[in-house]
Ligand binder design. Structure first.
Ligand code: ADP
Length: 530
C-alpha cells in the first residue's frame, strides 16, 4: 500500500489492545510520516502460500532456463520502465537521497541481465570424467534440480536491491520463491511482486509481510533459506534450519576494516573511504567501519578524510539530486550510533566532525572519530551508521593484526601504490572479500562469491555458476554405455571367479606398484564353485 491509500491501522487501533495487531505501519524515518500499512501474515497464511508455490514450481522448473529467461528479462524491462516510481516508493520508506534510491533499480537491472542470460550455461548438466577405467562403462551426469521453494529473508538497508540479489538467482535456478522483506521497509518488495504479476509471469514469486514471527514461519516451511540480517537472528535461523534439516546461506554482520599504507594515493583513499563509510548513511553490510593508517601519512589522511566527510550534504530529497547522505532506518539505529560515539568520547576519543543526531527525523551527522582503540564499541561492534573511527598504526604488520582482530570477516579494503603488495596483504586478511584501492567493487561483480567469514556468515551469494547452483540439489545419474548383461559381476550369487575379476580390477585401478597385481591375496578367496 502507498500513502495515497487510507491507513487501516488507525481504524483498528482500539481492537489492538485486546488482540495482536494484524497490520504493520511503515514510516518514513526522515519525516516520521506513515507511508503505508501492510498485513502481518500469520504462520498459517505463510504455510498456505508455500503450499500454493509448490503447485506452480514444477512447471517453472520444466520450462527450463531459457523459458525462465524470457520472464526474467520482462521483469528487467518492467524495472527500467518503472524506475522513477520504484525510487519514489523506496525513498518513502527509507528517506534515502534520490541518488541512493536510484541505485536499487539500476543494480537489479544489471543483476537480472547477468543471471537471466547465463543461467542456462550455469545449470547445464556436468559430465565428469569417470575416476577409473572401470567406471568408463557408464555415462556420468550431474543434474542441477532446484529446491522447490526457497525462502528469502531480507533486511531494510536496500529494500529493493536486497530482495533482487537473491530472488532472481533462485528463480533463475527454477525454484519458487517466498520473499519475507524487513518489517521496516516492505513496500519496495511488494512493488517487485506487483511487477512480477503485472508482466503476467507464472505465480512462483510471493511476498510474506510481517516481522520476526512471519520470518520464522518462512523458515518453518521453505526448502532452502537465504537470509541477510543480524548475526543474532542468523543464529536463530540456522538453528531452526538444522532442526528441519534444510540448507541455508547467511549473510550477517560486519565491521569492515580499511588499511591505508604510506605509499597510497591519499586523496583517493580519503575520497574512497568517505564514500565507503557514509554511503547509505553507513547502513551497508560492507561499509568501511574502521580505518588503520600508517603513521607517516596519518595526519594528512585524517585531515583529508575529515574535510570530505564535513562536505557531505545531508537532508531529504524529493526527485531532485540535492543530498549525499540520508536518514538512518529507525530510532533504534540512532541509539546504537549515538552510544558508540558517546562511549568512545567518554573513553578519550575525539570527534573531528559530526558526532550527534541532527534533530530531524533519524538523521545522524556523518562522523569522524580519532584516538580510538579496540576496547571501544565503535571499533569492536557493528555500528551500521555514519561513523569512521580512524587509528594510527606503526606498519603493515600491525595493520593486518588489528584488521584481523574481529569476530567478523565480511570485507576489507587495502589502499596502496603497489597493487602486488595490496594483494599480498589481501591474502593475509580474514575477510570474504578484499578490494584494493576501492570499496564495494566486489558487490558489483556477480562473478565473485559474496560471503562472510567468522560471524559474518555461512555460505555465499553469487559467484557465477554457484549463485544459481546453490539453489539446486545435485542429482547424480549413471547410464550404461555398453549393452548390459543379465547380471553384473558383483551381483548374487557371489562366485569366486567373478569376485576375483571384480575385486582384482578395482585393486588394479586404484593401487600402486606391485600391489596392483597382488593376485596371491585374491587367491586366498575360496568358494564352492572353484
Ligand atoms: P535488522 O532489523 O537489524 O536487520 P534482523 O536480523 O532481526 O535485523 O532482521 C532481518 C530480517 O529477519 C527481517 O526481515 C526480520 O523480520 C527477519 N527476522 C527477524 N527474526 C526472525 C526469525 N526469528 N526468523 C526469521 N526471520 C526473522
Amino acid at each position: 500500500m502507498t500513502d495515497t491509500e487510507p491507513s487501516t491501522a488507525k481504524k483498528r487501533a482500539p481492537r489492538a489492545k485486546q488482540t495482536a495487531p494484524t497490520v504493520l505501519e511503515v514510516r518514513n524515518p526522515g519525516t516520521g510520516r506513515i507511508v503505508g500499512t501492510v498485513p502481518i501474515q500469520s504462520a498459517d497464511e505463510v504455510a498456505a502460500t508455500v503450499r500454493e508455490l509448490r503447485l506452480y514450481q514444477p512447471e517453472w522448473e520444466a520450462i527450463g532456463p531459457d523459458g525462465r529467461k524470457e520472464w526474467l528479462l520482462k521483469l528487467q524491462d518492467w524495472l527500467i520502465d518503472n524506475t522513477e516510481h520504484l525510487a519514489d516508493v523506496l525513498q518513502s520508506e527509507t528517506s534515502k537521497p534520490r541518488a541512493d534510491a536510484l541505485i536499487d533499480p539500476a543494480f537489479g537491472t544489471d543483476l537480472i541481465g547477468y543471471y537471466a542470460r547465463r543461467a542456462a550455461k550455469f545449470l547445464a548438466d556436468d559430465h565428469p570424467s569417470p575416476h577409473s577405467p572401470l567406471a568408463r562403462v557408464k555415462k556420468l551426469t550431474v543434474a542441477y534440480r532446484p529446491y522447490p521453494v526457497v525462502g528469502v529473508i531480507t533486511p531494510w538497508n536496500f529494500p529493493l536491491a536486497m530482495p533482487i540479489m537473491d530472488v532472481i538467482p533462485a528463480l533463475a535456478a527454477g525454484a519458487a520463491v517466498l520473499l519475507k522483506p524487513s518489517e521496516v521497509t516492505p513496500l519496495s518488495a511488494l512493488e517487485l511482486a506487483r511487477g512480477w504479476a503485472e508482466i503476467g509471469a507464472p505465480p512462483v514469486l510471493a511476498v510474506a509481510t510481517g516481522a520476526g514471527e512471519t520470518g520464522a514461519a518462512v523458515v518453518a516451511n521453505a526448502d532452502y533459506i537465504q537470509f541477510t540480517g543480524s548475526t543474532a537472528t542468523g543464529r536463530r535461523i540456522a538453528a531452526a534450519c538444522v532442526e528441519r534439516m534444510v540448507p541455508y546461506s547467511l549473510e550477517l554482520g560486519g565491521k569492515d576494516p580499511a588499511i591505508v599504507l604510506a605509499d597510497a594515493d591519499i586523496d583517493r583513499a580519503a575520497h574512497g573511504i568517505a564514500f565507503g563509510g557514509m554511503f547509505n548513511a553507513g547502513q551497508v553490510c560492507i561499509s568501511v567501519e574502521r580505518v588503520y593508517v600508517e603513521a607517516p601519512v596519518y595526519d594528512e589522511f585524517v585531515a583529508k578524510l575529515t574535510e570530505n566527510v564535513k562536505a557531505l550534504r545531508q537532508g531529504i530529497d524529493e526527485r531532485e539530486l540535492k543530498h549525499d547522505v540520508g536518514a538512518l532506518a529507525n530510532e533504534n539505529q540512532v541509539r546504537i550510533v549515538q552510544r558508540h560515539v558517546d562511549e568512545a568520547v567518554a573513553a578519550g576519543a575525539r570527534v573531528l566532525t559530526g558526532g550527534k543526531a541532527t534533530g530531524q527525523g533519524t538523521f545522524f551527522e556523518p562522523t569522524v572519530l580519532v584516538d580510538v582503540n579496540h576496547d571501544m564499541s565503535c571499533v569492536a561492534e557493528e555500528t551500521f551508521g555514519p561513523t569512521l573511527p580512524v587509528m594510527k598504526v606503526a606498519d603493515e604488520a600491525e595493520a593486518i593484526r588489528l584488521a584481523n582482530d574481529s569476530i567478523y570477516g565480511l570485507s576489507a579494503s587495502v589502499w596502496t601504490g603497489d597493487k602486488e603488495r595490496g594483494e599480498r596483504i589481501a591474502r593475509q586478511l580474514n575477510a570474504g572479500a578484499v578490494n584494493i584501492n576501492d570499496v564495494f567493487a566486489n558487490l558489483f561483480s556477480y562473478a565473485l562469491p559474496m560471503g562472510g567469514w567468522g560471524l559474518s556468515g555461512v555460505g555465499a551469494r553469487w559467484g557465477g555458476a554457484e549463485g544459481v547452483r546453490k539453489y539446486c540439489r545435485k542429482q547424480a545419474i549413471t547410464k550404461p554405455m555398453l549393452p548390459t548383461q543379465q547380471k553384473e559381476l558383483f551381483w548374487y550369487p557371489y562366485q569366486v571367479p567373478k569376485l576375483l575379476t571384480a575385486l582384482g580390477a578395482m585393486r588394479a585401478a586404484g593401487a600402486r606398484g606391485l600391489r596392483r597385481i597382488d593376485i596371491p591375496a585374491l587367491l586366498k578367496l575360496k568358494g564352492d564353485d572353484k
